[in-house]
Each structure stands twice: as C-alpha cells, then as structure tokens.
Design a protein around this ligand. Structure first.
Ligand SMILES: [Zn+2]
Length: 142
C-alpha cells in the first residue's frame, strides 16, 4: 500500500486526482500506476485500469488469477468490473468513497448476481493517509 500511496502522491503532483494502484503476484510487484485521466484525455485511465493493463501486458495474458490489487481508494464501478473481469484474487483498498465507490456502496459490483468473479476484499488499509491526500488535493483546488 506504500507504493500505491506513492503513486497517488505522484498523480496529485501531476494535477490528477491522487489515487494509486499496485498489482502484486508471487514474483512481487509487477505493475503500479496512478490516475492519468487528464494527461491521457481518457476517462477510463483510472489507476486500477492502468495497473491491470500494465500487468496483463507484462505477463502476456488477459487475466490476473492469483494476483492482488492494492489501491488507495475504493474502486469505482468501472474499476470493480475490470477487477472482476481480470480475476484478481484479493483487493486491498484504503479510503471508502461515498461519492463514487462501487464496492462497499453504490452499485456494490461484487455483490451483484451477474458478477462472475468476486475477489476477497480488505478495506481500510492506510485509509487515513489516503483520505488526507484526497482532502489536501481538493482543498488546494478550491
Ligand atoms: Zn475507477
């Protein structure tokens, strides 16, 4: 999660919403990313999506069975669906996201009957640090 927070800080420094994600497998960290929606002009360039794409590219496969994803903020519904499609084994996230989260609130993607793969979910990991990053970022923009 320390690496995810480092990616989140780097994203904030680029003017992006400070969220970072890391994918870890038996061989260790294989991908890490921060939000790049503004830089790439791409509304799907969330940290989780970029990390999943990078990990799949490294491995040359479309699924990440047995891999874990760490992300500083509760995934949105789009990212939760991608995590499910990627067959991620375990999801660790920091702060909950009442506004845009799709795991513990909102659509609760993994609880949906059409969800074919549910990762194990562990929330609240370094949540205070993640929340602080986000609140500092938005406070500075006001
Ligand atoms: Zn997302």
């Amino acid at each position: 999660m320390d690496i995810a927070l480092t990616e989140a800080r780097a994203a904030g420094a680029r003017g992006e919403v400070p969220v970072g994600a890391v994918i870890v497998g038996p061989e260790g960290v294989i991908a890490q990313a921060g939000n790049r929606t503004r830089e790439l002009n791409d509304p799907t360039a969330h940290a989780e999506i970029l990390a999943i794409r990078a990990a799949c590219a490294v491995l040359g496969q479309e699924r990440l069975a047995g891999y874990d994803l760490y992300v500083s903020l509760e995934p949105c519904p789009m990212c939760a669906a991608a995590i499910s499609n990627a067959r991620i084994a375990r999801l660790y996230y920091g702060a909950g996201d009442p506004k845009s989260g799709g795991v513990a609130q909102g659509p609760r993607v993994f609880a949906h009957p059409q969800c074919h793969h549910r990762p194990e979910v562990y929330d609240g990991i370094a949540a205070k640090d993640s929340e602080q990053l986000l609140s500092d970022f938005f406070a500075a923009r006001r």
